[in-house]
Each structure stands twice: as C-alpha cells, then as structure tokens.
Design a protein around this ligand. Structure first.
Ligand code: HEM
Length: 242
C-alpha cells in the first residue's frame, strides 16, 4: 500500500476510536451527574411529553437562542442547518448502494456549504467585533471556528476548483470500513480536508462542541415543571432522610 494510504487509514481508525470512545465516556458522565435541584427555565412544560416537545423545538429550531439573540440565532442556525445537510450529503461516500434520500438531497448540499460558511463568518465576526464577546473569547473559540471554516473551504474548493477522484475516495473509505484497504487518491486539497476532519473528530470529545449531546442533559431544559405536585428528592438527599 502507498505510504499516505497507510498514514490516513491509521489516522482515521484512531480518530474514529477516540471520537466514539470519548463521546461514550462524556455522555456516560453527563448521564450519571446528579441534578439535585428542580431548575427548569420557566415557563416550562408540566408533563414529560411537553418536555420532549420542548427539547425537539430547542434542537430543531434553537428556540431559546431565538428568544435571546436574533443575530446569533441567524448565523448559528445557518451554520448548523448547512452542516446538517452537508453531512447528510457526505453519506454517499460511506454507503453502497447510496440511499435514495441521500441522492435526492445532493443538489442542496452545495448551497448548504455556502450557508455553513456564511454562518461561520457571522459567528466569527461577532467574536471579533462585539467588545463584550471579544473579551470573553478564548483562543480555542477562534481555533474551533477556524478549523470548521477551513474544512468547509477545502470542501468547497473540491466542488468548484479542482475535483477529486470521488470513486477512489469512496473505495478508500468503504475499504476502511470492511477492512479491505484501497489506495487513497493523493490530491492535496482532499488530504488537507481529511486531515482537518480527523483533527475535528479527535478534539470533539474534549471541546465545547460537546454542546451537541450536552443539550439533552441540561437540567434547565430537560426537567418537568412539577415541584408542587411531586416532591423532587435527589438520591443523596433521600439517603439523609432515612
Ligand atoms: C471522512 C469524512 C469526509 C470525507 C471523506 C469528505 C470528503 C469530501 C469531498 C470528496 C468533497 C468534495 C465533494 C464533491 O466534489 O462533490 C467534500 C466537500 C465538502 N466537505 Fe467533506 N468530507 C468529510 C468530512 C467532512 C466534514 C466533517 C465536514 C464539515 C464539518 C465537511 C465539509 C465539507 C463541505 C462544506 C464540502 C463542500 C460542499 C459539498 O460538496 O458537500 N466534510 N468533502
């Protein structure tokens, strides 16, 4: 096998293991962290179904962000919705035969990439131009935006500047998944795109990007507002009452 195929194959195996293992570890930690107090942000649903609906609106429409800041909502939503479509479009590199719905959304993927870039640009401008936000922005906030922007721009360059050999690329990734390796096309833009993606996968479980699974464990969002009907008793408090 060519040298770079071996390097990228090992890199993607390692990145996948770290991403899955890291996420499992963090999610387990979130799930077992006690929430001793009833603290849903009101007005809050008074039933379980209501909480499920609220969580759905939060994840699908970023409802609370919309209430608090329209600009961040606009750029954040553009970025995340674009990302969602782009990732869905990428499924064609990992599936054979390609699912019909993935084929159908292919044309939207390219516009989604522009939405992603516009969203990232807006979110980044906010960290530079708004004094209060600049003051609390850490280096990692900027690096995370830079990483996502670089992934999107190298991806777009492959769409519009120099095309890569998608058939060989797909053979490479299917080969990794079925442990039957095929050579990686050694195209510089693709190699940078993939190197950055692997970096993103590795840092994801130790970064603020964890807000994606984290939102589901947020007590202010996932609790039912029923402290009058049902007494909330944390396990440790129940121990003291014995
Ligand atoms: C192993 C994973 C990935 C592979 C193999 C891959 C491969 C590719 C390829 C070959 C293209 C060019 C498509 C074309 O010419 O039609 C592309 C485009 C793109 N990639 Fe990736 N990519 C991966 C992960 C990601 C991730 C995680 C992101 C975002 C965070 C991303 C963002 C983009 C964007 C925005 C484009 C341009 C729009 C599009 O063609 O969909 N890629 N990618």
């Amino acid at each position: 096998m060519p040298f770079w195929t071996i390097v990228y194959a090992l890199l993607f195996y390692a990145a996948t293991a770290l991403l899955i293992g890291g996420l499992a570890y963090k999610i387990r930690k979130y799930a077992t962290t006690p929430a001793p107090l009833k603290i849903p942000t009101t007005p809050a649903p008074v039933t379980r179904q209501g909480v499920v609906l609220r969580m759905f609106r939060e994840v699908a429409f970023f409802e609370s962000l919309f209430r608090s800041n329209k600009w961040i909502w606009l750029f954040g939503y553009l970025f995340h919705f674009g990302l969602f479509l782009v990732l869905a479009r990428h499924l064609r590199y990992f599936t054979y035969p390609v699912w019909t719905w993935v084929e159908l959304i292919q044309p939207f993927g390219k516009y989604a990439a522009f939405a992603m870039v516009a969203g990232l640009a807006g979110l980044w401008a906010r960290r530079v131009l708004v004094d209060r936000v600049r003051y609390i922005s850490a280096l990692s906030d900027h690096l995370m935006l830079a990483l996502l922007m670089a992934i999107a721009l190298t991806g777009l360059s492959m769409d519009y500047l120099t095309h890569t050999d998608i058939v060989s690329l797909k053979a490479f990734f299917l080969g990794l998944m079925y442990f039957n390796w095929h050579p990686l096309p050694e195209d510089p833009l693709l190699m940078v795109h993939l190197g950055l993606v692997a970096t993103l996968m590795i840092i994801f479980p130790v970064s603020k990007l964890l807000h994606a699974p984290g939102v589901f464990f947020s007590p202010t969002r996932n609790q039912v507002d029923n402290p009058r009907e049902q007494r909330h008793l944390a396990p440790w408090a129940a121990e003291l009452e014995k």
